[in-house]
Unconditional design. Sequence first.
Length: 278
Amino acid sequence: MVKQVSKLTAVILLWGLFTCCSEMQKSNNDLPTEANSFMNTHFKETPIIQINTTSKKMDYETVLENGTEINYNNIGEWEEINFKWNPIPQSFLNELPKAILDYIDENYPEETIHKIERKHFGRKDLIYRIQFHKPNDVEISFTQNGELISDSPNEKKLPSATKAFLKKHYPESNIISIVDDVDGDFEVRLDNKSELDFDRKGMWFQLDSKKKPFPNSVIQLLPDEMIKYISKNYPEQFIKEVEKKSYGYRITLNKPNNIELCFTGSGILIETEEVPIN
């Protein structure tokens, strides 16, 4: 009997401790002023059905009638919003840095935002972390001004040929983003600014190193006759872009002249063109 009472007492104490740490509420008035204002501005037509508070930090976890979950810190600043499959209020999107919305429109026009986090690192640094719905499993991070920090796509979906290419030629570089094209081609952007285009089988067809020379291993993929010609006639310049064409290759050299050279597949020069500098 004593053991049974002890067990019952322990259960009651645990329940009491739980209810102290997580308090169920349903009124906007129980939120800090800033959180209450946020709700009235962006989710006025969607009632709160649950508010959980944690005693340790007094953070607020709210659940709305449509399933949207919004977390606030102890002073009422939103920190995380899980929209589920609900539409995002335009008024809320208008408050995000325009650069973030522009990046998403350009690189993920068909994706639907699943979750947005806003986190502080240190006293001043603020970042936004955005997740899309599956199957892409993409997570993007931005600074408080909307500058891209990272775009971590699901690298597992890359064809084996692309993985092998990146491992061999860019072992020290990290993928920032993978941008799919409608025809199955895709572009891989690296943290060294390089943009690499591959077909649906994972074979490269266009490489852009931007302002840096390509790794030697990439140059070695090109015909010897081509490399000899460029080294002899343009010794002060380097290849910044190479594209496979039906006739062979189109090569772009770096500034100041921005020369485009067309070669056959065996490396014989076809034509030379000086591209206007923008």
